[in-house]
Design a protein around this ligand. Structure first.
Ligand code: ZN
Length: 243
């Protein structure tokens, strides 16, 4: 099976639609969402609607929980908090009920799925090998797919050492069976690795490969919508920079 693993859509419908189109071209048969459907962007309900029927598994993220009022938005920076507060006023009951039923962690095809990290599925950021190693030691997974940092990355652990491995755009890489793997699938709606294109990952369970896909989408269209919603300027400016 070929699955599209999506994370951190953040209410960016233009990016999500571009990703869904690319996934169809990639022969993807199923979808998995690792959380943060909402927060930052202008179309939270629409993004949830697009994914509700499609996703075999969906997780909840920290921004979703904050928008539901289940996580204190004071933990966020000023702009993220403003977006969460705006989102809270926009969510339909149906969207709220969908998000409220999700967990930040699940098992899928023999893999662990989390929004943030295996030992803290809601809030920890894995951006360096030390944090990755702490997580390899804390939990017994063989492959874990995660999101939250908005930076596609891959770590492998051989029982002793943890290494950061290359993850180039649109290039499949093997999940070697002798190693344990942590793979960040990137962010659909707010990439932060300097590449403004939308990101998601194709997981091929037969070939045991992952491929981070980068997809162009109409950034100016989202920026106009965010402006019209009164969302903070730095939040829409950063989309063009991918930071
Ligand atoms: Zn996020």
């Amino acid at each position: 099976m070929r699955y599209a693993i999506l994370s951190d859509v953040h209410a960016n419908l233009d990016a999500l639609d571009a990703v869904l189109e690319d996934a169809a071209q990639q022969g993807v048969q199923g979808f998995v969402c690792l959380g943060d459907f909402v927060g930052y962007g202008p179309e939270p309900n629409e993004c949830v609607e697009r994914l509700r029927g499609r996703a075999s598994v969906a997780l909840v993220g920290n921004h979703d929980l904050a928008a539901l009022g289940r996580l204190d938005a004071r933990r966020f920076n000023l702009f993220a908090r403003a977006a969460v507060e705006w989102t809270r006023t926009q969510l339909h009951d149906r969207t709220r009920a969908f998000l409220d039923a999700l967990s930040p962690r699940a098992e899928f095809e023999g893999m662990l799925l989390v929004h943030a990290s295996p030992r803290d599925p809601v809030e920890e950021y894995i951006l360096d090998w030390e944090t990755a190693e702490d997580n390899f030691r804390a939990e017994a997974f063989s492959v874990c797919l995660f999101g939250h940092t908005h930076v596609p990355m891959r770590f492998a652990h051989d029982g002793e050492r943890t290494r950061v491995l290359a993850l180039l755009p649109n290039t499949p890489v093997a999940l070697e069976p002798g190693l344990r793997h942590l793979v960040n699938v990137g962010s659909v709606g707010q990439p932060r690795d300097g590449d403004p294109r939308a990101a998601y990952t194709v997981l091929d369970t037969e070939a045991r490969t992952v491929e981070v896909r980068r997809v162009d989408y109409p950034i100016e269209s989202v920026q106009r919508k965010m402006q019209a919603c009164g969302l903070p300027r730095p939040l829409w400016e950063r989309l063009a920079e991918g930071r």
